[in-house]
Design a binder for this molecule. Structure first.
Ligand code: C2E
Ligand code: CA
Ligand code: CA
Ligand code: CA
Length: 274
C-alpha cells in the first residue's frame, strides 16, 4: 500500500506541474492578447417563438491563440478572473459587442439586443458601473439594447449587495438576465429579491427534457413577470416541446451555433426560423 501511494504521487506530480506551466504561460500571454488582437467575439442567435424571429444574440468570447488555436472561455476565463485581467477583458468584450450592435441592428432591426456575460469578479470591481456606462455611451448604444448575463451562482452568498448593484444597472436601462438558472442551488425566494428581467434556463433542463419541471419554471416566471430563454436547444423535438409550452425564448445549436459576426450578418437565411 505504501509503494502504491508513492507511485500514485509520482504519476500525479508531473501533471500538476504541467498545469502550472500552462496556467502561467496563459497568464503572461493573456495579458497581451488584447493588444495582439487575439480575442474574438462569436455570436449565438436568440430566437423568439412568439415573433418567430431572431431578436438578439449572445456574445461568446474566444481566444485565437497563436499556437493553440481557438480557445473556449472555459480555458482562460478562470485565469483571467484570478489575475484581475477579467477587468480589461470584460471592458473589451463590452466595447466590441457595442460596436458590433450597430451592424447587427442594420440587419435585424433597431430593437435587436446583444447579450454579454459578466463575471462575478467584474461585479466586485470598484467603478464597474461607471466604466460600463462610459463604454456604451462612447459607443452610442442604448442601454436597453444590452443584456447583462450574470450566472445564478454569483448571488448565493451575497444577494443583498449584488441586488443593489443590479437595481442600479436596471435603473440605467440595462436588461438583466440570470444565467444558468437551475444549477446554482439558489432558493426560489432569491428570485423575488433579485431585480432581474430574464431567466435563462440551463441547458441541462432542456437535455433531460422534463416537461412538468419546465412547465413549472415557465409558470413561475410568468407569475413573476420574467422573460424566459431556454438554453442548449439542440433538437427539433426539444424546440417543439418548448414552443408547445409557450416558452418565449430559445437558444441552442438547433437554431444556430455561435457564429462569427460576418457569418451572422450574411448567413441569416441558413438560421432556423428565419
Ligand atoms: P454560457 O453563458 O452558459 O454560454 C452558453 C454556452 O453553451 C456557450 O459555450 C455556447 O457555445 C454553448 N452552447 C450554446 N448552444 C448550445 C447547445 O445547443 N448545446 C451545447 N451543448 N452547448 C451550447 P462557450 O462559448 O464555451 O462559453 C462557456 C461559458 O463561458 C459561457 O457559458 C459563459 O459563462 C462564459 N463566457 C463566455 N463568454 C464570456 C465573456 O465574454 N465573459 C465572461 N465573463 N464569461 C464568458
Ligand atoms: Ca450566458
Ligand atoms: Ca448559460
Ligand atoms: Ca454556463
Amino acid at each position: 500500500a505504501k509503494g502504491e501511494g508513492r507511485k500514485r504521487f509520482h504519476i500525479y506530480e508531473p501533471s500538476v506541474k504541467y498545469d502550472h506551466v500552462v496556467k502561467y504561460s496563459h497568464e503572461l500571454e493573456l495579458a497581451s492578447a488584447i493588444e495582439r488582437c487575439e480575442l474574438e467575439l462569436w455570436y449565438q442567435p436568440v430566437y423568439n417563438t412568439f415573433q418567430s424571429k431572431i431578436v438578439g444574440a449572445e456574445a461568446l468570447l474566444r481566444w485565437n491563440h497563436a499556437r493553440q488555436g481557438l480557445l473556449s472561455p472555459g480555458d482562460f476565463i478562470p485565469v483571467a478572473e484570478e489575475t484581475g485581467l477579467i477587468g480589461p477583458i470584460g471592458d473589451w468584450v463590452l466595447r466590441r459587442a457595442s460596436a458590433d450592435w450597430h451592424l447587427l441592428r442594420e440587419t435585424f432591426g433597431g430593437d435587436f439586443k446583444v447579450s454579454v456575460n459578466i463575471s462575478r469578479v467584474q461585479l466586485h470591481e470598484p467603478g464597474f458601473v461607471e466604466r460600463l456606462l462610459a463604454i456604451v455611451r462612447q459607443e452610442r448604444v442604448p442601454s436597453g439594447c444590452i443584456v447583462l448575463e450574470i450566472t445564478e451562482s454569483t448571488f448565493i452568498h451575497d444577494v443583498d449587495s449584488f441586488s443593489q448593484l443590479l437595481k442600479q444597472l436596471r435603473g440605467e436601462g440595462f436588461t438583466i438576465a440570470l444565467d444558468d438558472f437551475g444549477t446554482g442551488y439558489s432558493s426560489l425566494s432569491m428570485l423575488t429579491l433579485l431585480p432581474i428581467d430574464t431567466l435563462k434556463i440551463d441547458r441541462s433542463f432542456v437535455h433531460h427534457m422534463n416537461p412538468p419541471l419546465l412547465f413549472a419554471i415557465l409558470a413561475m416566471a410568468r407569475a413573476l413577470n420574467l422573460h424566459v430563454i431556454a438554453e442548449g436547444v439542440e433538437e427539433l423535438e426539444q424546440f417543439k416541446k418548448l414552443v408547445e409550452m409557450d416558452c418565449p425564448g430559445v437558444q441552442g445549436y438547433w437554431i444556430s451555433r455561435p457564429l462569427k459576426l460576418e457569418q451572422l450578418l450574411q448567413g441569416i437565411n441558413g438560421i432556423q426560423g428565419t
